[in-house]
Design a protein around this ligand. Structure first.
Ligand code: PLP
Length: 362
């Protein structure tokens, strides 16, 4: 199989697998006072320190979660209390579902947030919580987060940044972004699923309240026994995930092959993640393309795959004003392990599939 669906989940990195297995084989709860508990506590705090150092944060400002969804939901619950919510139109459902009643910040045809609209929305009333992702999961579009942060600061608003797809692929510098909170996810950078983190800026660290109360773990901020294997693997993966720039050449080759076969690249004019491309094939439903490519041994995705496995129409591409193309676009996302052989497999399969489906008028 040629796996080109890294934005759904990355293959586990060998160092992450080794760290997770080692943690799984050791017994001990980090809250226990005996030697086994203290050893487990060292694994937890070592992972926290390494992750914090990797992302330029202080260890005390990194709180572990079960993944990106929990980190997003937590930030919105904790920092949105008593504030108006303003949410980017192309945010992941992890944010959209938690931010009910939010004002929507529009994007342009490349998927980039409209900062003039943000300025206007911020001026409309009470202090706000703004949610703006660093990089989009479907198109790879990178948002002007630092500029948005400056507007938020001037307006007394808080800013939550979903960096789930960006972390490990492009530079992530919390100090430069000036975000109040940042969501991370282990399995999107080559760690095991089941761990994530919320990075807290100084304002957020002072006001955070638990989403999940319990036994006082994470300094009383997040209850529950931490999943050490996932957390140890998360840290090991993050150390290895030093950027996806090397994948941009492979991504460009995929785009060339697809465009030659009739595809349109969505969001090509925006700064994008180096591993991601969104390709529309006019007149052919996205779901049909995904199934046809799967039969050729190439794994890609379409729009937002829901948990039912069905493909929902993409709110991201709709927000970009793509019309019918919004239902005809697939996402190719190269994993850290991608090689030229993967590109060659795609370049063999795609033109065949495109020609057949276009002829059949799907
Ligand atoms: N945010 C973005 C941008 C995502 O792409 C995803 C997963 O697809 C999430 C959040 C949710 O992360 P997790 O799967 O770790 O809950």
């Amino acid at each position: 199989m040629t796996y080109l669906d890294a934005n759904a989940t990355e293959p586990v990195r060998p160092a992450a697998l080794a760290a997770a297995l080692a943690a799984l084989q050791a017994v001990g709860n980090p809250s226990s006072v005996h030697a086994a508990g203290r050893a487990a506590r060292r694994v937890l705090e070592d992972a926290r320190e390494r992750l914090a150092a990797r992302f330029g944060a202080a260890p005390a400002d990194l709180v572990f979660t079960s993944g990106g969804t929990e980190a997003d939901a937590w930030a919105i619950a904790a920092f949105g209390r008593g504030r108006r919510l303003i949410v980017g139109a192309t945010e992941h459902d992890a944010v959209r579902a938690a931010a009910t009643g939010a004002a929507v910040l529009p994007v342009d045809g490349q998927g980039i947030a409209d900062l003039d609209a943000l300025r206007r929305l911020l001026a409309e009333g009470a202090p706000a919580l703004v949610c703006l992702m660093l990089a989009n999961n479907e198109t790879g579009t990178i948002q002007p987060v630092a500029q948005a942060a400056a507007l938020c600061r001037d307006a007394g608003a808080l800013l939550h940044v979903d960096a789930v797809q960006a972390a490990g692929r492009i530079p992530l510098d919390p100090a430069a972004l000036h975000a109040d909170s940042i969501a991370l996810s282990s399995h999107k950078l080559g760690g095991p699923p089941g761990a994530g983190a919320l990075l807290l800026g100084p304002r957020a660290a002072g006001i955070i309240t638990p989403l999940i109360a319990g036994g006082g773990q994470e300094r009383g901020r997040r209850g529950g026994t931490p999943p050490l294997p996932a957390i140890a693997g998360f840290a090991a993966a993050a150390i290895e995930a030093t950027g996806a720039a090397a994948l941009s050449g492979l991504r460009d080759a995929i785009e060339q092959a697809a465009v030659a076969a009739g595809a349109v690249v969505i969001g090509a004019g925006a700064p994008r993640l180096p591993n991601t491309t969104c390709l529309a094939l006019p007149g052919v439903r996205a779901e049909t393309q995904v199934i046809a490519l799967d039969l050729e041994g190439v794994a890609v995705s379409a729009g937002a795959a829901c948990s039912s496995g069905k493909v929902a129409r993409s709110h991201v591409l709709d927000a970009m004003g793509l019309g019918a193309l919004a239902g005809e676009a697939i996402r190719i996302s190269l994993p850290w392990s991608a090689t030229a052989a993967d590109v060659a497999a795609f370049a063999r399969a795609y033109p065949r599939v495109a020609a057949r489906l276009s002829r059949a008028g799907h």
